[in-house]
Design a binder for this molecule. Sequence first.
Ligand code: AHR
Length: 493
Amino acid sequence: MTLTLHIDERRALHDVNPLIYGQFIEHFGRQVYGGIYDPGHPLSDADGMRRDVIAALRRLRIPVMRWPGGCFVSAYHWKDGVGRDRTPTYDKAWCVEESHAFGTDEFMTLCRKIGAEPYLCTNAGTGTPEEMSDWVEYCNEPSLGRWAKRRIANGHEEPYRVRYWSIGNENYTGGEIGAKTAQAWGPFVRESAKMMRRVDPGIKILAAAVPDIDWNLALLRSAGDLIDAISIHGYFDEAWETNALSGYRKSLQAPAQFEQSISAVRGLLCALGLDRRVKIAFDEWNLRGWYHPGIADFSRLDPDHGHAAALRAANEVNAQYTMADAIFAASFLHLCMRNGDIVSMANFSPTVCGRGLIGVSDTGIVLRPAYFVFDLLRNQMGAHLVDSYAQDMAMCDADGVPVPVLDAVAARCDDGALTVSLINRDPEQTVSVRLDPAMPYARAQRFSLVSPEADSANDFDCPNRVHVEETAQPLGAPVQLAPHSVTVLLLFP
Ligand code: AHR
């Protein structure tokens, strides 16, 4: 099939917000301990960080990294993780021991190494507005008060100037420690934001929310004037108890579900006249929900927590993460680009280990298919989204639901080059796309993420089964998109 993609570079829509390429790591499984942070490991540096993992993270030019949770944060007390004496505590979110060896200062070291801005998620479960504002003091106050002095005594003279702060994580869900009602949440956020801003009025505050009108209305009415974004999460496979993962065709239904979440929140922000100032942060998203049986469902809480913790190793199986994950990641990032006027941040969840972009073992790392999507779009896509649309859109079967075969966005670079990201969702058919830009170009280059099959994955014995091919693209010739592929084209004037 041949489709035509019309592009009007003269019609700039809005800028692509770099924060949509954000990432997230939580104290869960081996994301931190044994993933990024492994002091004494032969592949670790003097700060205990895995050099191979840091190198892979640096390549993604991650703009912002969210930490330490996630559910973990709702019973986490940050003061346990600073200073010389780190007394282990029982992590009531994930029923394991937390050593606190990796705390605020170690996280800031990580962010410095990978060039990312830190984004701290505070404990709105068992925590208090004072504990949150003390954390702002520790990180951002140059010298006044005991927490700034504590940071200096810990060897960190300069404040960290953390710009992004979230009040809470999913405090709306019954399973979250310290969950709250919609009526209680708004005032709690207000009191927390008030104290945090008293320490540093310049911070950006995001508050845990959900695409639910009652929750968001209560939140925005109570604290809409003190927050900069509301945070929502999305996982298509709700696999926490089952590890049941959708196949390729079923996963094609996911983007529409995430688009609906953005539309629902956008509508409320517009109705309240807040959309110019309060944005949406999709600060946890993934096709795959994390597998942690015996936690979300209290009727199935496993008395042998050690057994349940061991089952979480199932998240680490590289073969589970296929082109379905890559096609979804590209579709979601396109969605964030098209909604760049209201989506101010997005954080893939998680980045390392678990369902992440990078699998880590004792001997090395595996770059999973979705990793290359971030590499391509973050490093090749222009900054200024322009208008484009595909004529005669063909549809493919998403497990009984028709979805558009082609998903495309176009963006101009400051140097005048035009970048076009093209997703062929069809698992079997090659799609030929005739580009119809408004301007002339002298040459084109293409990067295509390709794989033998839709369910192809990378692993230690086949690290490049899914890989990026770089080739010249004959100008004027239709662009041939392989089945289940992501292609970025650069057209140079
Ligand atoms: O399943 C992991 C959890 O997903 C994160 O900790 C939480 O924020 C989200 O519900």
